[in-house]
Ligand binder design. Structure first.
Ligand code: UDP
Ligand code: MG
Length: 307
């Protein structure tokens, strides 16, 4: 019988954990696999760890990791995948926004249809603020235009993978992780299951609009160098423009003299060019800072306890 590892990153989720475990245990009971859970406590400050301990005491198939502080969901997923021992691994959110009932269909996709990975995407964004949906959609549109790695709109981190694919993901040691890109970058045959958006079972989302925005910028920088090209192309266009204007004014002055007050025009041009230059240096800075962080080779997380 195949072994299935379910990886569950948790950050301050004491209310959701019992609900999740109950629903998930029920869903896997019918599956032809042996199951183990790897709950990851991403530096929670509430009773999350106590919930893990209780589950572990009641069910020997439940394992857990705790971090020394909050390292983020990406690090928690990585740690869980590293600890997993199964031939198959699934990543799931603890808030039941990833319905455990889908696991049966996902397993079928791998075992009978021969896929390496079955991933899920939500087709609606119901219950999400409009502005947030708009930005999310624009982000997917943009990143798919400027990156060679395909990032599927609405893709969740909820997916079932073979050991081979898990190992491929673990071989990518980059510090600033954008898993939607990483999953797609490693390749393998992926089947997509679509489902309607589900509301959180309990607790609150950990993602503010601002956090999501920064995360999307990280994603773009991690999977595309197009912004750097944009910086140099903008530079070239402005050089060309400047050259043409110089010629134009030179000839114009020779023919008609120069009756124009240059000062206001000059201020506008200086401010405009200054802005463009800072913008382009900013783009450079973003890539430089990422390079700097990657070269430090810091661990992705600090483990406090592994049970
Ligand atoms: N999470 C985590 N570390 C964090 C933030 C979130 O492990 O720093 C976990 C969280 O406990 C949940 C999952 O990641 O299991 C998804 O988080 P959330 O539901 O807040 O995100 P959303 O579904 O709103 O995108
Ligand atoms: Mg959620």
């Amino acid at each position: 019988m195949r072994r299935l590892s379910i990886i569950v990153p948790c950050y301050n989720e004491e209310e959701s954990i019992p609900l999740f475990y109950q629903a998930c245990a029920q869903a896997v009971a019918a599956l032809p696999v042996e199951t183990e859970w790897w709950f990851v406590d991403d530096g929670s400050t509430d009773g999350t760890l106590a919930q893990f301990r209780a589950l572990h005491a009641a069910d020997a198939r439940v394992h857990y990791l705790t971090f020394s502080r909050n390292f983020g969901k990406e690090a928690a997923m990585f740690a869980g995948l590293e600890a997993a021992t199964g031939d198959l691994a699934a990543v799931m959110d603890v808030d039941l926004q990833d319905p455990p009932e889908l696991l049966a269909g996902m397993l079928e996709g791998i075992q009978t249809e021969g896929y390496d990975c079955v991933a899920t995407r939500r087709v609606t964004r119901q219950g999400e603020p409009r502005l947030r949906s708009f930005f999310a959609r624009s982000f997917y549109h943009l990143i798919n235009r400027i990156s060679k790695t395909e990032v599927v709109d609405g893709a969740r981190d909820f997916r079932l993978m073979t050991r081979q694919m898990v190992d491929a993901i673990l071989s990518m040691r980059e510090v600033s992780r954008f898993s939607k890109g990483i999953f797609s970058w490693v390749g393998f045959r992926t089947k997509w299951l679509e489902y309607e958006n589900v509301q959180r079972a309990a607790g609150e989302t950990k993602w503010s609009f601002w956090k999501l925005l920064l995360y999307s910028l990280d994603g773009i920088i991690a999977f595309s160098t197009a912004p750097l090209a944009i910086a140099s192309i903008t530079g070239m266009i402005f050089c060309l423009l400047a050259f043409v204007l110089i010629l134009y004014f030179f000839i114009k002055t020779l023919i008609w003299g120069d009756p124009v007050a240059g000062f206001p025009a000059m201020i506008c041009i200086i401010l405009f060019l200054g802005g463009i230059q800072l913008f382009c240096i900013g783009i450079l800075g973003q890539y430089l800072s990422k390079t700097y962080l990657e070269t430090k080779r810091r661990p992705l997380y600090i483990l406090k306890e592994k049970v």
